[in-house]
Ligand binder design. Structure first.
Ligand SMILES: *Cc1c(COP(=O)(O)O)cnc(C)c1O
Length: 367
């Protein structure tokens, strides 16, 4: 099963000059590489047909279950080019494990961890020339799984497809690392007890889009979701985990309460902070505690974290009833220092003490 070898159908490649023009300023999520991975699962045959094929549209029956009942999960990870030209991925086995946790919740098949990691390596090595080398640039990888059985009955699909597409990416927020304003969503939630909040599934994102629009109408770039029952216990942002920093250097982050995603960036930052001797409290945190802490000076920094944006400093928390500003428009010192350390490990300028990087075995990584 995990011996599954990838067949490779070569795409018609564009010229190096055309590719370099796309890599100069790719933005985020706009540009895609020339190949993609596809592996099929059926209830009877298990995982089979592992392929690296030219990037392009996929055939889809209009009765495909994903189109009707939203049986879909995904991951987000990056490949980085180091100064010596080599390419690494960051904790890919953690993404594999998390995809499988999401698969269980969405009644999709689990994929062998080695097959997931081999799929990432196959795609990145075929499209190695697409891993950019500019400052803060990387190749964003989007593994995902859809149920694509043609059947309208409501039950777990008996056919699924795992794919990976890749997108060269610049910094997530244009204009550098600036503190963002976040909107406290009180009447719209993304997750509730027993729901799918801890799974990385498209449906959670669909539920976050309207609150995201409300946030934008109120001048905020991101949404903060709370537990839907108390509307006070903090969960996370639409696609990022949250940390607060106390004046005494303690970090606070919501515990994995079943509603929030177990972020790999979150996990890595907890480790790096603890390595430096900081205490990290993973527990229930309320908006009230945050507001009081900012008012009395005991909470000094706040930031959001995730693979796409790494660390985003938070400079304002807003709701219909209040707005609190902190940090005087500048990112916090610990926020930026942790960001620098994590990106340093990823780009190979800092020691990889925890063995988080996996080098992509590729013959042609030079750019
Ligand atoms: C992907 C995601 C995160 C961040 O997870 P990372 O593994 O750090 O990228 C946080 N919250 C939600 C809801 C997410 O979907």
């Amino acid at each position: 099963m995990t011996e599954l070898a990838f067949t490779h159908t070569e795409a018609e490649r564009m010229s190096a000059a055309a590719r370099d023009a796309l890599l100069a300023d790719p933005g985020f999520g706009n540009v895609f590489t020339e190949h993609m991975v596809s592996v099929i699962w059926t209830k009877d045959a298990g995982w089979h047909n592992a392929e690296v094929i030219p990037y392009g549209p996929i055939p889809m029956d209009p009765a495909s279950s994903v189109l009707h009942y939203g049986q879909e999960i995904f991951e987000g990870m990056k490949a980085y080019r180091r100064a010596d030209g080599s390419i690494v991925t960051f904790r890919p086995e953690a993404n594999a494990r998390r995809l499988n946790e999401s698969a269980v919740r969405l009644a999709l098949p689990e994929i062998p961890e080695e097959l997931f990691v081999a799929a990432v390596q196959a795609l990145v090595s075929v499209d190695a020339d697409w891993v950019p080398s500019g400052a803060d640039q990387s190749l964003y990888l989007r593994p995902f799984m859809i149920a694509d059985e043609s059947f309208l009955g409501v039950r777990a699909a008996e056919r699924a497809r795992f794919m990976i597409i890749a997108s060269p990416a610049g910094p997530y927020f244009s204009g550098g690392v600036k503190p963002v304003s976040i909107w406290l969503s009180q009447d719209l939630s993304r997750a509730g007890r027993g729901g799918t909040g801890a799974a990385k599934c498209g449906g959670n994102y669909a539920a976050s889009l309207l609150p995201q629009q409300v946030a934008a109408e109120n001048g905020c770039q991101q949404v903060l979701f709370t537990d839907s029952a108390t509307v006070d216990t903090i969960d996370e942002l639409g696609g990022m985990n949250l940390f607060l920093v106390r004046a005494d250097g303690t970090l606070l982050t919501p515990r994995l309460n079943g509603n929030i995603l177990d972020g790999i960036t979150r996990r890595s930052l907890i480790q790096l902070a603890e390595d430096r001797g900081h205490t990290v409290e993973q527990r229930d945190i309320t908006v009230s505690e945050w507001r009081e802490g900012v008012a009395n000076g005991s909470i000094t920094e706040a930031f959001a974290c995730g693979t796409a944006a790494v660390i985003t400093p938070i400079g304002q928390l807003k709701s219909p009833g209040f707005a609190i500003d902190f940090g005087a428009g500048a990112p916090g010192a610990l926020t930026m220092s942790l960001r620098e350390e994590l990106t340093g490990i990823q780009f190979g300028t800092r020691e990889d003490r925890h063995n988080w990087l996996t080098e992509i075995p590729t013959a042609a990584v030079a750019r």
